[in-house]
Design a protein around this ligand. Structure first.
Ligand SMILES: [Zn+2]
Length: 228
């Protein structure tokens, strides 16, 4: 028994499969292995049966896979669906900016307190130089532009803007993060008094775009009203 086993074991070591990888693209991705923004190569492979390390017979293709330039791990290409940290921060910053504009557009730009609350939130999200006056000018420009293009239907254009900013972000944001965005928006609306019907509409649209269910939106909007 023993010599046979030994021979089998040897045979298994002599025969193998080797994959030769060819790069077919590159870019930057978030590596789940080493946990950060890294360069990657997209690779496609050709498998060959080897005897004593010498390729003999083709054994089909492998991949494509994504190889991290830092840790050299291979992943399925679905790993590219995740945004990089850099891209994620930019999406979050744009989302806070758009949400602030939407709430200000609904509530008007006449309240200094609302503008200050909005500008503080936008600066905290990463637009360091954002001022109250810039936000007011943007909201006015948006209203003028919407008036011209869509014949005065202000809500429609902002709904599109909100979905463009929030839809790509929502799947990558944990529930607490999505709720926090809505609460920020609610605080801007509340800065100059109770919600107006237009503000409530805008906040409902924000909540829906963030995939927060209607009951939770109602609960969060009520919670934002209660000073903590
Ligand atoms: Zn890595």
């Amino acid at each position: 028994m023993l010599p046979v086993r030994g021979r089998d074991g040897q045979a298994l070591r002599f025969l193998g499969t080797r994959t030769a990888w060819t790069p077919i693209g590159d870019g930057e991705f978030f590596c789940p292995g080493c946990g950060g923004d890294r360069n990657y190569q997209r690779l496609t492979g050709r498998r060959r049966l080897t005897l004593l390390g010498v390729p003999l017979l083709p054994r089909g293709t492998a991949g494509p896979v994504v190889e991290c330039a830092a840790c050299r791990h291979h992943y399925g290409t679905d790993v590219l669906d995740h945004p990089t940290t850099r891209r994620f921060s930019a999406m979050l910053r744009d989302a806070v900016h758009t949400v602030a504009l939407a709430v200000l557009a609904a509530g008007g730009t006449s309240s200094r307190t609302a503008l200050e609350t909005a500008a503080t939130a936008v600066r905290a999200a990463g637009f360091d130089g954002c001022t109250e006056d810039q936000l007011a000018a943007l909201v006015d420009a948006l209203a003028a532009d919407t008036g011209r293009v869509l014949g005065g239907e202000c809500g429609t254009s902002l709904t599109i803007e909100l979905h463009e900013a929030l839809d790509p972000l929502a799947p990558h944001l944990a529930r607490a993060g999505r709720e926090s965005l809505l609460l920020q928006a609610a605080r801007i609306a509340l800065a100059d008094g109770p919600y107006t019907p237009a503000e409530r509409d805008a906040l409902t649209t924000v909540g829906a775009a963030l995939t927060i269910c209607a009951d939770d939106v109602t609960r969060l909007l009520a919670a934002a009203r209660t000073p903590s």
